[in-house]
Design a protein. Structure first.
Length: 223
């Protein structure tokens, strides 16, 4: 590990947390817009909203939902970039704490999110190795937070993509209504995943700071 040194993940962690909070806000906006789609589609499915007033309302509801989706995508991408950069920072630090504690090469910090099939479990394994390597010496590992975050992440991304396809292919009031309900549920799960991701960033950053303070560490301390 020659040349590797500890660097503070605090600023990156704070930025990631702020963007995760924005992700949750855009999810809330999407839920609100989805409810508008649901109400309009419910009237159409029930046959009570057919007429001249439905088309403008349906158009507005769909437009607001589309705008919310764009905001979600932009915020999610920005958050994803910062989160992975933060993850790389804490991975490098963890290699200083425990060079032999990582089952995946450092490149998988980035590649694990985009390589098909590997993206179902490699990021979790990377995070678990960082978590364990950053903890107190001799302490038994506890993975509940990481496992719950990863489960909700898989559910929110997988179900969200499926529901987006269902919404795009919907043709009747009933189909739009059902797709809107399912999309709102997926957005709610995504909010929970974002909240757990914030907790993960805060706790893992703190673990590394506490590990340095518990020292000694043979390279430059965090600062």
């Amino acid at each position: 590990m020659s040349g590797t040194r500890l660097r503070s993940p605090l600023l990156l962690g704070r930025t990631a947390c702020a963007l995760l909070g924005l992700v949750a806000v855009t999810d809330l906006l999407a839920i609100g817009a989805g409810y508008g789609v649901y109400r309009t589609a419910d009237e159409l499915a029930a046959g009570t909203g057919v007429g001249a007033t439905l088309s403008p309302r349906a158009f507005r509801a769909d437009h607001l939902y589309s705008v919310a989706g764009v905001l979600q995508t932009v915020t999610w991408l920005a958050c994803g970039v910062v989160f992975v950069v933060w993850l790389h920072r804490v991975r490098v630090n963890a290699e200083v704490f425990r060079p032999d504690g990582h089952s995946k090469a450092r490149a998988w910090v980035f590649a694990g999110w985009v390589v098909p099939l590997a993206n179902f479990w490699f990021p979790r394994r990377v995070v678990l190795d960082i978590w364990d390597s950053s903890g107190p010496l001799g302490a038994p590992p506890r993975h509940g937070l990481v496992n719950l975050w990863w489960t909700l992440w898989l559910v929110s991304t997988g179900v969200g993509r499926l529901m987006a396809d269902l919404y795009a292919s919907a043709a009747t009031g009933q189909e739009f209504r059902d797709a809107a309900v399912q999309m709102m549920a997926a957005d709610a799960v995504d909010i929970a995943a974002a909240a757990l991701a914030i907790l993960l960033v805060v706790r893992l950053t703190r673990r590394q700071q506490e590990r340095v303070l518990a020292g000694p560490v043979f390279v430059t301390a965090l600062g």
